[in-house]
Design a protein. Structure first.
Length: 283
């Protein structure tokens, strides 16, 4: 497993991990809120066993990646292409969990010559869906809709502290299969590490990320022609499965795969299977 930092052509740094089989078919992973490039490094041996290479990068302001106020989903796709170039990867699948979903979707739409498969796991969808705003407070929605990053950073700092020390962590409010994960010390340690790394630079990166995904999509998801699998736990109380159903309505090749036994976090158990499927065209 490689944990490294790449300097992009524009001078910013992007922290990433590269695990699994080095010469295997590749997938690029987009983390959610409160997680990071380290989400699945503990599965390095398993990814090698199933013959998959997984590259995961921290978005700007998260982990060791340089902040980038004013960024967009289009820029995310461009940075992904540059990272893949630096690692000698031509074609690859993309997969996003939760808040990483829109970034994966953007890549599939904007890099059709390189992306061979798209997967989302408990993924958020376009803000054009009315349900997107159902769990957002009126104050937060007002800030997000007008794209005011500075105001949203202040909003996050008021909620969680500038250092993110108040960022929610633990089983409270989660679905039973997710809450049960906190009974296992090793799992708790991994999840805690993800949160701590995501707020290494404070909450600014998380706030910027929320603003980015709340803006109208400037790309057309109907352009996506690759196989698209949308994994979702039926018991998910963080991102409703209707989010994946809306995404499926935008992409002709999309299939929603519902898991009655899973919630928002426990569905991560299915990621190795999803990666094996998405990278099949490269085998």
């Amino acid at each position: 497993m490689r944990d490294d930092v790449l300097t992009l052509s524009e001078g910013r740094k992007i922290s990433y991990t590269d695990c699994g089989r080095p010469d295997g078919p590749a997938a690029v992973y987009f983390h959610g809120t409160g997680s990071c490039r380290l989400d699945h490094v503990h599965l390095d041996a398993l990814f090698s066993e199933i013959g998959v290479r997984l590259v995961a990068a921290d978005r700007p302001g998260i982990g060791e990646s340089s902040p980038r106020p004013g960024r967009t989903l289009v820029e995310s796709a461009r940075n992904t292409a540059e990272l893949a170039d630096a690692l000698g990867i031509d074609e690859f699948a993309v997969m996003g969990v939760s808040a990483g979903g829109p970034h994966a979707i953007a890549c599939a739409a904007l890099l059709p010559e390189r992306v061979v498969g798209l997967g989302c796991v408990g993924g958020l969808t376009s803000p054009a869906w009315d349900g997107y705003w159902a769990r957002v407070s009126p104050e937060a929605a007002s800030i997000l809709r007008r794209g005011d990053e500075q105001a949203y950073v202040k909003h996050f700092e008021a909620l969680y502290g500038a250092d993110g020390s108040g960022f929610p962590f633990g089983p409270d409010g989660l679905a039973p299969p997710d809450a049960a994960l906190f009974d296992t010390p090793a799992t708790v340690a991994r999840l805690r590490r993800g949160v701590d790394e995501s707020i290494r630079q404070g909450v600014g990166g998380l706030a910027h990320d929320a603003v980015v995904r709340a803006q109208p999509w400037s790309f057309d998801p109907t352009d996506i022609s690759v196989e698209t699998q949308l994994y979702h736990g039926v018991q998910d109380v963080v991102v409703d499965i209707a989010s994946s159903e809306y995404t499926a309505s935008l992409i002709d090749q999309a299939t929603v795969v519902a898991f009655p036994q899973h919630g928002h976090l426990s569905v991560w158990e299915e990621i190795p299977t999803l990666l094996a499927d998405l990278t099949q065209p490269l085998r």
